[in-house]
Write a protein that binds this ligand. Sequence first.
Ligand code: PGA
Length: 276
Amino acid sequence: MAEVVITSKEEAARLTADLFERLVREKPNAVFGVATGSTPEGVYRELAARRAQHLLADFSRVRAFALDEYVGLPVEHPESYHSVIERQWTRPLGLHPEQVAVPPAVITADDNPESYETRIDAAGGIDIQLVGIGSNGHIGFNEPGSSLASRTRLKTLSRQTRIDNARFFGTLDEVPRYCVTQGLGTILEARRIVLLAFGVSKARALANALEGPVTSSVPASVVQFHPHVTALVDDAAASLLANQDYYREAWQERPPSRRILFDGITLTAPPRRRGF
Ligand code: PGA
């Protein structure tokens, strides 16, 4: 069962930034899994603000891997995830582009999307994976029906995802139809997962993912197989959670000094296992 923290979007960003800093202090060459979309933006802004005020831990040796990328969009396009990650993560944190990897935006007959995973493995695996959730229950771009054991691969985007993401483009037609995404099996190999969800449009998907049956029809439900997941969600996203009173009490009853994510857990310790 994931730990569920119901809080404001701003506090969620601060708690996640605190967690990232704690990891970097434990492990200066930590490996982050970074997500795109509106959901994680507050976390990236919080980290950038801390760095601008010279308050941030030393991130100079961290590495990061993005979850997914559109296929068919030039990498220079402002909405390619190469561009978004560069703008929101790499540049504000003062990182060298070689410290940050994004899945390939173009797939040719010679490309093997799974080779992205060789790079993740070579970096020692992902320490903390940040994920959002789609209104259709996807994580990464693993659309409903994705194998719970899937690996990094080419996928077709669902119509719902293309409609949801049309706000970043001019029209629905401009939203790419294909993507490369880390698989659900890949995501499960991260040592910790932080799932963020804000707004009522995520309420149904979140309740299904955290409290419903584990099913490929709700790809995010696969996180129930992971031993170290924290979901940070606002009131609106939490509104359909059956156990929301319990989650609120569990968090509020902790002394303020212990309201930290993965309290009491060494962030880097356990060995990684493949899949679940
Ligand atoms: P959003 O997307 O953050 O733009 O809402 C989340 C997701 O689709 O994973």
